[in-house]
Write a protein that binds this ligand. Structure first.
Ligand code: TYD
Ligand code: MG
Length: 453
């Protein structure tokens, strides 16, 4: 009999590099201490039972390739459509990552249940049929086209697929799958890589779109080898603060559309609700004016957003003043404070500064600098800003207000939401006609200060 020798190899948990012996440092990605022993046992190619139509590819002239505009599957979830660049491309592999409990399973089950005419197979290795049904009851949806399968072996999954012939396959999660060709445990680097490879082969050959849920590790990266993200067509990230009800779906990679799209959801008792106008929820309603609050006109992905920034400046109790920012980079906060101190002469060195972006979202757009600075000054002076004013401008190291991109979109969003005035950089060029909002252009922080206080 052919010897069924158990072989083991070492795999880098970061990039998936294989080595016959243990290594302290991965020669591929230069990470230390990432090699873990895994048992592998590859059968010869002939006896592989994974998905295979065994079609031999031959080269084709590019002019002869039959190109009909890829017909995307438009889902009934408009936020998901936007994030995917206008719907799901048949035959594509979409990976959805996110913290535990953030709502990945809920999002995809909701998507599976809202399908009108596409047959969907929802494979779960994490929950039982009853649990899934309970969740479906909770989100109060049901569908004629959605099949549930609780299975983790890829061979069995492909067998069931050939019976049902779904248009879309959902897998929750890639870390629970295992293939019979490798003997290491589910969730290990080699299993994840092999199962993904089988699913890619399946998707490309049949044109079935595959949506995969992926766990993330403590650093926030998708667990498993980094190459997982290279292999799939689209990587989405579901994020948000678990204590807030808002969730953000972000594109990290997309072969079929822009990689900077953003979708906003609200998690409530009956599942996830799409939020089509996020600006309204990101600005809290208030009756009286409070100091330390300002509104920034930012752009996340393709959509303009107005967000509220709150800050609190108070005398430091301890020797070293504290500076902390939620949703805002602390290094950038320190830089802005240094500019205020050195270039504009505000005495903030002995003050604690706390900054908060409402809604629990994280903003990278530097155009919110001006709003951050104004909110800090407002708290420091204890003078409330006019609630009808918003800001869009980046602050340079010499205290100048710099131009920001796509200013017209920011201005029109502010106008749409009923703001009376927007303060932007002197250097921003735009087409002034047609705006029914007071646009004030300033050169330096001092100009804005004189204007406001
Ligand atoms: P889940 O989709 O299981 O998260 P993941 O798959 O990312 O681990 O989401 C679970 C959380 O969502 C849980 O904390 C409860 C909450 N939730 C609601 O608030 N409302 C709902 O209708 C559902 C189904 C879940
Ligand atoms: Mg889940």
């Amino acid at each position: 009999m052919a010897s069924k020798k158990i072989q083991s190899a070492f795999f880098c948990q970061n990039c998936g590099t294989q080595s016959p012996k243990w290594l302290g440092k991965c020669p591929q990605c230069n990470e230390w201490n990432t090699f873990v022993e895994e048992i592998i046992h590859k059968e010869d190619a002939k006896s592989r039972k994974g998905f295979s139509k065994s079609k031999v590819s031959t080269p084709t002239l590019i002019n002869n390739i039959d190109y009909t505009q890829e017909k995307r599957i438009i889902t009934s979830d408009s936020e998901l459509n936007r994030v995917l660049g206008g719907g799901i491309v048949p035959g594509s592999l979409i990976l959805l990552g996110g913290d535990p409990g953030i709502g990945k399973s809920t999002l995809l089950l909701q998507f599976a249940l809202s399908s009108k005419n596409k047959k969907i197979l929802y494979v779960s290795g994490e929950e039982s049929e009853k649990q899934i049904k309970m969740r479906a009851e909770r989100i109060n949806k049901t569908s004629e086209h959605c099949y549930i399968l609780t299975e983790t072996s890829t061979t069995n999954i492909f067998q069931q697929i050939s019976q049902i012939n779904p248009d879309i396959l959902v897998v929750d999660s890639i870390q629970t799958l295992h293939t019979a060709h490798i003997e290491s445990s589910p969730g290990s680097v080699s299993q994840i890589r092999e199962c993904t490879a089988e699913l890619i082969k399946f998707a490309k050959e049949t044109g079935v779109a595959v949506l995969l849920i992926g766990h993330i590790n403590k650093d926030g990266a998708i667990a498993g080898p980094k190459i997982l993200e290279h292999m799939v067509d689209t990587v989405l990230q579901f994020e948000g603060d678990r204590n807030h009800m808002y969730r953000i779906l972000r594109t990290i990679k997309n072969r079929f559309g822009s990689a900077s799209e953003l979708g906003v959801y609200e998690m409530n008792q009956t599942g996830l609700r799409e939020v089509s106008n996020p600006s309204e929820i990101l600005i809290s309603e208030r009756e009286e004016k409070t100091s330390g609050v300002s509104i920034a006109a930012t752009i996340e992905g393709a959509r303009p957003l107005l967000i509220e920034i709150q800050s609190l400046v108070s005398s430091a109790v301890y020797g070293t003043p504290q500076r902390s920012g939620t949703g805002f980079d602390t290094k950038r906060l320190n830089m802005l404070l240094a500019v205020l101190e050195k270039r504009c002469g505000f005495r903030l060195a002995a003050k604690d500064v706390f900054l908060n972006i409402t809604g629990g979202i994280k903003i990278d757009d530097t155009a919110i600098d001006l709003a951050v600075v104004c909110s800090i000054l407002s708290s420091d002076q204890d003078i409330a800003l006019d609630t009808q004013v918003c800001f869009a401008g980046e602050i340079g190291l010499s205290g100048e207000i710099r131009a920001v991109n796509r200013i017209e979109e920011r201005i029109s969003e502010a106008e749409k939401l009923g703001y009376k005035q927007i303060i932007i950089s002197k250097y921003n060029k735009f087409n002034p006609k047609g705006f029914n909002i007071d646009i004030i252009q300033c050169k330096k922080i001092e100009d804005v200060y004189r204007l406001l206080f």
